[in-house]
Design a protein around this ligand. Sequence first.
Ligand code: PEP
Ligand code: MN
Length: 349
Amino acid sequence: MIIIMERDATAVNVQAVTELLKEHGFQVIVHEGDVHTVIDALGDKTTLSPGRIEALDGVKQIKFIREPFRLASRDRKSEDTVIEFENGVKIGGANRPVAMVGPCSVEEDYEGLLQVALAAKELGCQFLRGGAFKPRTSPYDFDGLGEKGLQLLARAKEDTGLLVVTELMDSTDLDLVYKYADVIQIGARNMQNFKLLKAVGHCDKPVILKRGPASTIREFLLAAEHIMYNGNEKVILCERGIKGFDSSFTRNVLDISAIPVIKKYSHLPVIVDPSHGTGQRYLIEPMAKAGLVAGADGVMVEVHHNPAKALSDGKQSLSISQFKEVFTKLNALIDTLHLEKSSTISFVE
Ligand code: PEP
Ligand code: MN
């Protein structure tokens, strides 16, 4: 990192900075400019919080050369991370983009869930998604069936062979969710719930980490870093839209550019969720396509057997017939894109 001192920083100020850096094993070179003294520090930033340096008198600014997300960074690992499941399904790298589909919430009607799961199977989707523990903005809204919902997902898995994705909201439910999930989802609202990130970091199941609605891409990658730092490197990032100023037609702003940005700076797989990203059923097809063209390793889409009666997110859920129509087109697009993906997407700089 490079530390720029204030114009009026004293020799004592500079010395305090260099001493702190040296104490933490940094190699230090001091450049005395005409106006500012600049300190070049080479070493392991994880041993010294930049905040400690910033707090010293006379420090104007710190510039970082490396990204703070070390484990998630491309600098550490240039090849794409590929996450593999027991049944051979793979996410990431040159593998065919995957599809995770299902209702927002798992509901009592098993036949409805099964209809969705069977259609998903038929269309070549690999994952059934559905929440049993639902984070809801209002306490009056349906907040999930809990273990009963997980059991219904397990039944659908048995009946179709689809892998199960479901959300964990509280680390006290980790053992329970672990038992039923093939992928544990950390929802957007919990992206910076550090205790929860630590808890899933200690387990060995793949984790889908959804981007917080008001989080920068760097914060998103740092949240992934928390999971990896605690031992679990099987992290799948999910772009699901961020808050914008214009909610006149859409619920969120789906940040498609986040996908290639993440691909450039991280080796982790990234999927796109156009349901939550837009809040509108009619935008699922175009935005799923956009995400795939931008390099997403998969899509997550809400599908309900009767969206008009869904207990959550019906407006952004496809009906089964719409699902078939949209995914037939997405599969055709994936067939075309796959040719390019197998030679590794690279961007002209
Ligand atoms: C969901 O996937 O149903 C969900 C609640 O998503 P998000 O955390 O992105 O809002
Ligand atoms: Mn939802």
